[in-house]
Design a protein. Structure first.
Lengths: 338, 337
């Protein structure tokens, strides 16, 4: 009968293979997690929108460095795509169960995440929003972020200073409807440039989801609509690079100015090579490291952070304009992310 | 179940020793996934003392209730040798209907819920009609309806998250105490869905017909099973189940989220496949799909509790899916030989 057992059941062989694989993988991955449940240690949770965007990679790096320096444990999680609220909700719940002292989060859906944040705060956990505020902002204890309106104003002013009295034909490559980051940068640009929404100089307006390929398509369509566009506002640098590709294949890259926001390394290099005229650089690493510091302070002293902390901005360009503060590409490269 | 077994059995006919009974138990379709699930639980219980608590286990069930409910519908479709890529998007559309009607139009909660479920059922019926009447492959049909439902969700919601829901819509997210542990009503509803589906598939003629059609549609038709009507019913019922999943989703997140469900179609297929249900139809137990959904939930939760970044959960799930499908393929090949 012994032979019967070991030869008869294919399904059982399957089960054994599955179990072996599971335990192998689990054992392999679990190595770094020794002593995770030891008492008294401070744990900080970081939940980003995705695992893949360099912005969040840099944020994670900043949090990891700071956690190491302060001798606390960092726990990370992310959504599967931008806008993936369900994964973030699950991550918040799991971090509450894991007993974290504080949660740092860049909400994918600023409204949908609110009930989960409230649950965490009800358990006495400090909740800090990084980069993107939840709606209402008061559902997090504090916000560490770039001032996105100012990011837009900076490049708007820069564009105005370089255009002077020359008439502008503007293409605006936006993020997506209803997302505050995109709206704030858009409005900031208009304010900095000194025009209002609906101004006749705005020739074209398209959503890009901050994606390079979609940015290219959007620019191509804008050029069909208004071939004489000479100024392009972009929500971020991937969209800017997509716009540049479209302009180049239309042979118009020389006479069109592109301005953008972010300050990622690829973006700053594009400023260096002249593809992008200027970009507002933000500092995700700083958001995360300040966030970790704040949770450690809370764990040790019992005082939670509150309100809004501006993590700063710099305009990066190699063609500085009088009256607009800026830093050169060298500075931008030294402080870029990605 | 296989020629190898048959020869072995002929050596010792009718002998039902404890050993052979154990061996028989191990050949039941849901046993592999169940053992994998238990092993994962044991592993994480050893790694961290926060895993094996009532609150945490309840949390895991709550976290898989949406994908679990979708997996019930997905199992029905896959057992007929079909596939449903549209279920996550259909659920999202249903949840937006429920929440928007209740909040923006001030409709009574129950009515809004019923309309939401009706929308999902209609999509299921559309899938079924296209598969049976137009004779299109389920993959293509549901690829199409996936995109249609996704687009309608965004058009109807205007990409705005619906907040401020009345209690009548979110009650499935509420909890009740059981043995000092807070259990979510939604978790119970998901388990009930599985129990009902298990009963129908195991104990009723219609359920056995689902297996027969999935195993060999032509043969099933020749034995007098109304295959087209059965398929239409399966897709429609699956749609109604997605409507219930939509209500679970609303209960879980307390908002109407137009971005929801974007990867849930694949997650539900993952649960079904991990549960040892054959993508070629006709084989597997729905209990396996529950185990499959729970395995994903346990690994996600356990890795988080032990401080492993979430991306490893995706890695492990990927490996497990390939292992599970390989096992099914091996079983099929041996079965034919």
């Amino acid at each position: 009968m012994k032979r019967d057992i070991w030869t008869s059941s294919r399904r059982r062989t399957g089960a054994i293979v599955a179990i072996a694989a599971l335990s192998l993988v689990a054992a392999g991955c679990g190595k770094g997690a020794k002593g995770s449940s030891s008492g008294g240690e401070i744990t900080v949770g970081l939940i980003t929108k995705t695992d893949t965007n360099p912005f969040f990679v840099k944020m994670k790096e900043g949090a990891q460095k700071e956690a190491q320096a302060k001798g606390v444990k960092l726990m990370t999680a992310a959504g599967k795509f931008d806008g993936d609220n369900a994964s973030q909700v699950t991550a918040v719940e799991n971090m509450i169960a894991a007993g974290v002292k504080g949660i740092l989060i860049t909400p994918s859906d600023t409204k949908a995440i609110v009930p989960s944040l409230e649950k965490a705060r009800a358990k006495g956990i400090e909740v800090i929003a990084l980069d993107t505020p939840p709606e209402p902002q008061s559902s997090a204890d504090a916000l560490f972020a770039t001032n996105n309106l100012n990011a837009g104003i900076l490049i708007g002013k820069y564009a105005k200073a370089s255009f002077g009295s020359k008439p502008a034909k503007i293409a605006m490559l936006d993020l997506a409807p209803g997302i505050s980051v995109g709206v704030l940068r858009h409005n900031g640009f208009l304010q900095g440039f000194g025009i209002k929404q609906g101004d006749p100089s705005i020739a074209c307006q398209q959503d890009t989801q901050g994606d390079q390929a979609k940015g290219q398509t959007a620019m191509e369509n804008c050029l069909q609509k208004a071939p004489d566009i000479n100024l392009v506002y972009t929500i971020n640098e991937p969209a800017a690079l997509g716009a540049y590709t479209a302009l180049k294949s239309a042979g118009k890259e020389k006479n069109v100015m592109i301005v953008s926001v972010d300050g990622g390394c690829t973006g700053v290099k594009a400023v260096q090579s002249g593809q992008i005229a200027a970009t507002s650089q933000q500092y995700p690493l700083k958001m995360a490291s300040q966030g970790v510091d704040s949770v450690v302070d809370f764990a040790k002293g019992g005082k939670k952070a509150s309100g809004y902390t501006d993590t700063g901005l710099n305009l990066i360009t190699n063609k500085a304009q009088p009256g607009v503060d800026s830093k050169d590409v060298q500075f931008g490269l030294a402080n870029c992310w990605g | 179940m296989s020629t190898a077994t048959a020869t072995d059995r002929s050596e010792a006919p009718q002998q039902r020793s404890l050993l052979s009974r154990t061996s028989h138990f191990l050949t039941l379709p849901a046993v592999g996934p169940l053992l994998a699930l238990l092993l994962a639980c044991v592993y994480f219980s050893v790694r961290t003392d926060r895993f094996l608590t009532g609150a945490n286990l309840s949390l895991i069930v709550q976290q898989v209730m949406v994908v679990g409910a979708l997996a019930v519908g997905q199992t029905l479709v896959i057992l007929t040798a079909g596939i449903d890529l549209s279920n996550g998007a259909v659920m999202a559309l249903g949840s937006i209907f429920m929440t928007k009607l209740a909040v923006s139009s001030g409709m009574p909660g129950v009515l809004a819920i019923l309309i939401g479920i009706a929308v999902c059922t209609a999509f299921g019926a559309l899938n079924g009609t296209l598969v049976t009447m137009a004779k299109l492959p389920p993959f293509i049909v549901t690829l199409g309806t996936w995109n249609i439902a996704f687009a309608l969700t965004h058009v109807y919601s205007k990409d705005q998250t619906v907040t401020g829901l009345p209690k009548s819509l979110t009650f499935l997210g509420q909890t009740f105490p059981m043995y000092n542990t807070d259990v979510t009503y939604g978790s119970v509803l998901m388990l009930v869905l599985f129990a009902v589906a298990w009963y129908v598939l195991r104990q009723t003629a219609a359920g056995r017909h689902v297996y027969a059609v999935g195993d060999n549609r032509e043969a099933a038709r020749l034995t007098g099973i109304p295959d087209r009507r059965l398929l239409l019913t399966v897709y429609t019922v699956a749609g109604a189940v997605y409507g219930i999943a939509a209500l679970l989703l609303v209960g879980r997140t307390s908002v109407g989220d137009p971005q929801a469900g974007q990867t849930d179609n694949l997650d539900s297929i993952t649960a079904v496949v991990l549960g040892g249900i054959s993508l070629f139809g006709g084989r597997g137990s729905i209990v396996g799909a529950l185990c499959g959904a729970l395995i994903v939930g346990v690994i996600r939760n356990g890795l988080q509790l032990t401080g492993v970044p979430s991306i490893y959960q995706v890695l492990i799930t990927g490996i497990l899916v390939i292992v599970a499908v390989s096992v099914d393929q091996l079983a099929r090949r041996k079965g034919r030989a």
